[in-house]
Design a protein around this ligand. Structure first.
Ligand SMILES: [Zn+2]
Length: 211
């Protein structure tokens, strides 16, 4: 089996087992030389087989496979068009990050160094009807300088140089969202002093300088 196929099958199972997608949610793709390899529509990520995956060209037309590609293929094509440097996209509904998305809150903090250094902020992409071009309309305003974004009232998207890179970012974002949400139950975040927050942003973001 080709490595791309192996990686999609392995990571689909992992995100299903970790509860980041239920049976009807989520999709993964890899940019191949000439198009995409993507998970099929309406198929549980925990039980995918090699012959269920679909290859398409960069317009989304199927070039190999018997299934329909994921209904969110437009989201994937738009992500690759915005970011020429990436080769993998994962869209999931991991519950803690998705809770922020459903509440229409970006993930940001002045209290958790891990989050500030790794992501700075995880922005909220404006709502668009799932499975339609509307879902992508606001993506270009955020994906240029963020590898993880929330889709308002919907879920989360992580991109990377390969599927593992995208998955590690997704996993980090989800665990950070969980910590922040739980801290709200304990009375809220205890913020670090502004100069320390600034120092952390400087550590994380290339070209960021504290005043
Ligand atoms: Zn979705």
């Amino acid at each position: 089996m080709k490595q791309n196929y192996r990686d999609i099958l392995d990571l689909s199972k992992i995100i299903y087992d970790k509860g980041m997608v239920n049976a009807f949610e989520g999709n993964l793709s890899v940019r191949t030389g000439e198009g995409l390899l993507i998970t099929p529509s309406q198929t549980c990520k925990g039980f995918l087989k090699e012959d269920m995956l679909v290859e398409t060209d960069m317009q989304g037309k199927v070039t190999k496979g018997n299934r329909k590609p994921s209904s969110e293929i437009l989201l994937h094509l738009e992500a690759y068009s915005i970011r020429k440097d990436i080769h993998a996209v994962i869209h999931a509904h991991s519950p803690y990050a998705t809770a922020f998305a459903v509440a229409n809150k970006p993930i940001e903090t002045k209290a958790y160094p891990e989050m500030i250094v790794l992501f700075g902020e995880i922005p909220l992409v404006k709502y668009g009807t799932p499975s339609t071009p509307d879902i992508c309309a606001d993506l270009k305003n955020h994906l240029h300088d963020h590898d993880v974004v929330l889709l308002a009232n919907h879920g989360i998207v992580a991109i990377g140089k390969d599927l593992y890179d995208a998955f590690f970012k997704l996993e980090s974002a989800e665990s950070i969202a969980k910590v922040l949400l739980l801290s709200h139950m304990l009375g809220g975040e205890f913020e670090l002093p502004p100069d320390e927050v600034c120092k952390l942003h400087e550590m994380g973001k290339k070209g960021f300088h504290c005043p």
